[in-house]
Design a protein. Structure first.
Length: 187
């Protein structure tokens, strides 16, 4: 990327000197300084953008991991014991809270910065947002629909519990892989 910018800077200098028919040696110091500052600013902004994206992806992935842990815990509680019912209720509340946090983070993705505001309307970013919302809907449904999160008195056989847990984990992996696609965009 730096080689391309260096060549671009050189081509701009040659074009300016040819077009204006000026003695380039008088202005080369100023022009190189300006172009160097612009390219350095570009790399700084680009690096900041990537760091913000990685922070946002890490935040969403951490919330998904915590949510999956609480969901698995809620599916494994023994409801015949009073302590199991109390723990289930705590886990249900945490799962609902984590689902809300995940949805907010996904709605705000990709997060801020000047580069994001420019490319937010691109078809690639819109496609990622659409897929994220679709995968979140599937994830939300796999965690809440026909589970103890939706109905705490529900009795689920062990094989069905394993299938529900596997489905939730698979759905969360799809969200994570879609988030990581955002890092592959080259500006």
């Amino acid at each position: 990327m730096t080689n391309i910018l260096a060549i671009l800077n050189l081509l701009i200098l040659i074009a300016l000197s040819y077009w204006m028919a000026i003695d380039i040696s008088k202005y080369i110091g100023i022009i190189v300084t300006i172009l160097g500052a612009i390219s350095s600013l570009y790399f700084f902004i680009f690096r900041q953008h990537k760091m913000m994206l990685m922070k946002s992806i890490k935040s969403i992935n951490d919330l998904i991991i915590k949510n999956n842990e609480k969901f698995i815990d809620s599916m494994l509680h023994d409801l015949d014991e009073p302590k199991g019912k109390v723990e289930l209720e705590k886990d249900r509340k945490k799962v609902s809270l984590y689902l809300t946090f995940i949805k907010v983070e996904i709605d705000n993705f990709p997060c801020g910065g000047p580069i994001t505001s420019v490319f937010k309307t691109s078809s690639f970013v819109k496609n990622i947002k659409k897929n994220l919302n679709k995968y979140y809907s599937e994830y939300h449904e796999s965690i809440t629909f026909d589970t103890v999160i939706e109905n705490p008195s529900m009795i689920i056989d062990p094989k069905r519990k394993d299938l529900l847990i596997d489905d939730a984990i698979h759905s969360s992996k799809r969200i994570s892989s879609e988030l990581e696609k955002q890092l592959k965009i080259h500006f």
